[in-house]
Design a protein around this ligand. Sequence first.
Ligand code: GLP
Length: 263
Amino acid sequence: MKIHVLETPASASIFVARILAAQVQKKNGSVLGLATGGTMPPVYEELLSIARKQRISLTDISTFNLDEYIGLSPEHPQSYSRFMRHHLFDRIDCDRSRLAVPRGDSRDPDAEAQRYEAAIKQSGGIDLQLLGLGANGHIGFNEPGASFSSRTRVETLSEDTRLANARFFAHGEIVPSEAITMGIGTILEARSIVLLAAGESKAPAVRAMIEGPITPDCPASVLQKHPNVAVVLDAAAAALLSPSESITHHGVTPAQPEPTNAS
Ligand code: GLP
């Protein structure tokens, strides 16, 4: 794992957006795995800005989002489908059929999960997977206890996660109790991974992910086994880490990241 610590959430987002842009530039038709959550909008905003300024075309990318709430249609304001359209998909000139989010309103969520897994395989696999981090160490919606070999499937959300995500829902609205999520095994097949976490609420999970044992109790700890992971943090999220050679501290203006090894 290479760990990059930026001073602010904004500079951490810029750093991640540059990694995404470098991937798109490096390989025509890159397949990106994308993430939602409150940490991600600045990343997409910055990616669009870099693409505009550097004339990087996003037309040929394919994308697969990590997860979607079961029971929400793509039109629901809190669906991840709507989130992605608002922050990215509606703003790029790209064939919609290549911008995939699991269908949360499918009548048969298990079949939808299998279809999604097969579609990822058929695309040739993910070149670069973007991840956030749950305060309980989840990646995608793979909650503590999830199997490291799990594939895209239906997952029951923990009370912690439903509580953490309640802030995005209207007062009194019920947060869905299940989601379709890429499995941990699915995520690990990505050729490269960049995880972004910001804020002090993530600091304990960041420490467990990087310094703790590799255990399903902290799903993100499995990333220690992947050969090509960049973890990008703001100073608050990195606050509990012990000094290590694998940590690079960046100044206010982040350096240009090295491109990932994904083809
Ligand atoms: C949700 C998503 C995760 C995301 C996490 C962190 O639960 N399913 O993929 O990483 O939230 O979200 P936030 O960025 O809002 O802290």
